[in-house]
Write a protein that binds this ligand. Sequence first.
Ligand SMILES: [Zn+2]
Length: 186
Amino acid sequence: MGPRKRGDRLRQSAARPEEIRLWAPWRYAYVRRAIAGPKVCIFCFARLNEAERLERLVLYENRYAAVMLNRYPYINGHIMIAPRRHLASPELLSANERAVIDELIAASVKLMRAELKPDGFNLGANLGRAAGAGFADHMHWHIVPRWDGDGNFISVLASTRVLSQSLEDSFKQLRPLFKTVGADLS
Ligand SMILES: [Zn+2]
């Protein structure tokens, strides 16, 4: 065996799934939960007080749709927008729901662009488990802010994300912004 090179240790870790848990404990929790099957839908909820809002990471809601932080984010500021009704696919939504979600996507990008100053965004939805949806029965859009250089080698090799901000801090940073989202949307 020759001298150890930079990256040897990372390659070894990436090859052994049991070590990936240590690298990304929140992803392990997510995978474990996905295997067990979600017991309750995270996108279905009734009226929230402010404590419940933080607990559920809900940044904004009206009668058609809600915006929330992803508990298992790919990066800081990873949010999701879902209709309030428990529906699996966009063609099932009403025209009102689609219009409100469209507005919320635009408003969310605008607010996060100003506050987080990302270099780009990924927008998208996974429809069905085969497409990677964790909660396949209740459709939701992902909005993921991206910064130049955030796709570093750790993410690529070990399915691990490096987050520099806690979810609670993200919530406290973004929640006030979403209080400004239009009354015309409710
Ligand atoms: Zn639901």
